[in-house]
Structure formats: structure tokens, C-alpha cells
Design a protein around this ligand. Structure first.
Ligand code: HEM
Length: 134
């Protein structure tokens, strides 16, 4: 059953509390048995019912336990057709994507510190040579 393929339009037909499919990382999950137990409430799950919930799910930073529950709800995988919405937020199939942004920020900060250091050293050397020539 878990290797059944669903298109977006198949998934979008399951958007009620008793029959609730969500797509996360191109896999299709039936969340209706879990919705009453969801610590984040039923409202958020109903909001993404029948749609791609990858971004909403990853934004919350769900635990490994949440991912295990997800495994148990798997009903199939998503079959993409041309014109379907693009997969959301993940490029490498990994779980966290926002890290690349902060990594490049980090390099920028180091570059500024490095340039500042080089300039300060140059100024120090320059003043030293001025003093020596007096
Ligand atoms: C079928 C998919 C989902 C499963 C199996 C699931 C499971 C869980 C679990 C087990 C927790 C407890 C904390 C943790 O272990 O991370 C949790 C918390 C939470 N979930 Fe989900 N979740 C799903 C989808 C979503 C979606 C689509 C949203 C949309 C925003 C969402 C929003 C939240 C929020 C806000 C919390 C935090 C609640 C709190 O700490 O008060 N969840 N979820």
C-alpha cells in the first residue's frame, strides 16, 4: 500500500478531518488517525490537508519522534505531473535548508574581521616606519 502513487489532484481530494492526506518531501501521508493527537493542534493539519505540507512541517522543526510517527502514516508517494506546484523549500532532499544562508553569513563576517585586521596591521606598520624616519 505504501508504494501507491498519487497525483496532486488525488491528494487534494483528501482534505477533510476524517480523510486527510498531506504531502511531505514528496511522500503522501494519511494524517486522519493522528490529527486528534497532534500536539500542534488539528487546525494546522487541516490547513495543509490535501496539499504540500513540507514547508509547514520543517518550519516547526519537528523531532525525530514526529518523523517516526510520520513513517507509520505513509500511504504512498507523490507522482509529479507537469504544471504541479514545485516541491517546497528543500533542494538536496535533506531536512534543514536554512543553514546554507547562515553559513554564508558566517563567512562574510570572517572576511570583514580579516580585512579589518589587515588594515589595522598596515596602519600600525605605517606609523612605525614614520616614527623610525624621524
Ligand atoms: C502528519 C504530519 C505531522 C506529524 C506526524 C506531526 C507530529 C508532531 C509531533 C509528534 C509534535 C510534538 C513535538 C515533536 O515531537 O516535534 C508536533 C508538534 C507540533 N506540530 Fe506537528 N506534526 C505534523 C504536521 C504538522 C504541520 C503540517 C504543522 C503546521 C504548522 C505542525 C505544527 C506543529 C506545531 C506548531 C507543534 C508544536 C506544538 C507545541 O509544542 O506546542 N505539525 N507535531
Amino acid at each position: 500500500m505504501a508504494d501507491k502513487e498519487y497525483t496532486y489532484s488525488d491528494v487534494s481530494e483528501h482534505a477533510t478531518k476524517k480523510d486527510l492526506f498531506v504531502v511531505i518531501h514528496d511522500k503522501v501521508y494519511n494524517a486522519s488517525s493522528f490529527i486528534d493527537e497532534h500536539p500542534g493542534g488539528e487546525e494546522v493539519l487541516l490547513d495543509v490537508g490535501g496539499q504540500d505540507a513540507t514547508e509547514a512541517f520543517e518550519d516547526v522543526g519537528h523531532s525525530d519522534e514526529a518523523r517516526e510517527i510520520l513513517d507509520g502514516l505513509l500511504v504512498g508517494k507523490l507522482k509529479r505531473k507537469e504544471g504541479d506546484p514545485k516541491p517546497k523549500t528543500y533542494e538536496s532532499g535533506g531536512s534543514t535548508v536554512t543553514t546554507s544562508d547562515s553559513a554564508s553569513m558566517g563567512i562574510g563576517v570572517y572576511a570583514i574581521i580579516l580585512i579589518g585586521g589587515v588594515l589595522a596591521f598596515g596602519a600600525y606598520k605605517y606609523l612605525q616606519s614614520q616614527q623610525e624616519s624621524q
